[in-house]
Design a binder for this molecule. Structure first.
Ligand SMILES: NC(=O)c1ccc[n+]([C@@H]2O[C@H](COP(=O)([O-])OP(=O)(O)OC[C@H]3O[C@@H](n4cnc5c(N)ncnc54)[C@H](O)[C@@H]3O)[C@@H](O)[C@H]2O)c1
Length: 363
């Protein structure tokens, strides 16, 4: 029987499909749309339940292998770029790899999209804003001054020896390459700047299914399971807007559904109503953990402060506040986040217990 070749416009390639965001995006694309999806990644553990789906093809490939990646891009109407090294601990310890994967290794993929006429959805980061001008001017508590706007807020990074900024700098440069490809080669693109997405399947737990230091939520979950203190880097004073992954995927779907509104735009995707300090996040997680793990109340759950230098090593700096203005996403995409921090954390903790330690519920 002759096989029909899928229409290019019905095919999406996701590079970095096996990670946290990729796994949730794949769930939604396969469950709620007609698209055929090609997923490129080095790993597939988080998407294993889709490996036998007729509308999904997993291709185990390193994105640096350009000749092998190219045919998949050429047969796709849309390419979503998620592949990255995006754990802060890597920015100071594997700086060259971070710059390679997030920048130099990504540029050929962008050129390929331009050449193939594929629409590109590129996942950048809220870290491109770096330190906010308001904070540097001593107005860090004034929310209106702190709002980060896609098309006018400056990017402010630290000195070269503060290698923490290598990730933000790499992503900034890619945004500029994407923008220039739009201007010079007619690339149709949308840039997403995520603000701390959270949910099940985020990162890894050190010593269980990965090694190293994951992002803060997984660090806290790992400490809660191991009954170790939750460590607050530099006192946990920095503020972040944690965004439920389901809301974030809603935004991605709007971007796909509204190609003209999203064309050559940059969007902050985050939940300003969920802003919290990291110290408050730790308190909240401990309270929710105790609710879900009855025996945990009997154990003292400690919180301790640690300097960024002791936690991450030299070269670490951070921004104290990342507060998105999401007016553009509301206006052009008709998107707004709906999920509060309490629900987002509770669901994430539940999924973590189900996956790693269901027996704790019975203690
Ligand atoms: N999750 C967030 O809150 C957040 C915040 C800011 C930016 N982002 C950006 O969104 C994107 C996705 O983030 P995530 O949280 O899903 O990260 P993730 O680490 O869970 O997923 C990234 C995926 O890229 C894959 N990858 C890395 N190098 C590769 C290579 N050489 N070839 C093929 N695949 C490779 C990894 O195996 C991984 O599955 C990244 O670009 C990240 O910078 C995410």
């Amino acid at each position: 029987m002759q096989q029909t070749v899928p229409d290019k416009n019905d095919t999406i390639t996701i590079v970095g499909c096996g990670g946290f965001i990729g796994s949730h995006l794949l769930d939604r694309l396969l469950e709620a749309t007609h698209y055929r999806v090609i997923g490129i990644d080095l790993v597939s553990g988080k998407i294993s339940r889709h490996l036998n789906n007729d509308r999904f093809s997993f291709v185990k490939l390193d994105m640096h292998d350009i000749p092998s990646v190219k045919p998949y891009i050429e047969r796709s109407g849309i390419v979503i770029l998620l592949a990255a090294l995006c754990n802060p601990s890597l920015y100071t310890t594997r700086t060259l790899d971070v710059i390679d994967v997030n920048c130099t290794g990504t540029i050929p993929l962008i050129n390929m999209c331009a050449e193939a006429g594929a629409r590109l959805v590129y996942f950048s980061t809220s870290e491109v804003y770096g330190r906010t001008a308001a904070s540097l001017a001593g107005r860090g508590d004034d929310a209106e001054s702190c709002l980060l706007r896609e098309d006018c807020s400056p990017f402010i990074l630290g000195p070269v020896e503060a290698q923490r900024w290598s990730y933000a700098c790499a992503k900034q440069l890619i945004e500029r390459v994407v923008f220039a490809c739009g201007q010079e080669h007619g690339l149709n693109y949308t840039i997403v700047r995520p603000f701390n997405f959270i949910g099940p399947r985020m990162d890894f737990l050190p010593g269980i299914d990965g090694e190293g230091i994951p992002r803060v939520l997984a660090c806290f979950l790992s400490a809660l399971i191991a009954r170790k203190p939750l460590r607050l880097v530099d006192g946990g004073r920095n503020r972040r807007c944690f965004t439920w992954i389901g809301d974030a995927i809603d935004a991605c779907m709007k971007i796909l559904e509204r190609p003209e509104a999203a064309r050559n735009q940059i969007f902050n995707i985050g939940n300003p109503s969920n802003e919290t300090t990291i110290a408050e996040l730790a308190d909240r997680m401990i309270r929710l953990w105790r609710r879900q793990v009855p025996g945990a109340s009997a154990h003292g759950i400690a919180v301790e402060e640690i300097s960024a230098r002791d936690f991450y090593g030299p070269g670490y700096e951070d921004s104290d506040r990342r507060l998105p203005d999401i007016g553009k996403a509301e206006r052009l995409l008709g998107w707004e986040p709906k999920t509060g921090l309490e629900t987002a954390l509770d669901t994430t903790i539940k999924a973590c217990i189900d996956l790693y330690c269901p027996a704790l519920r019975k203690e």
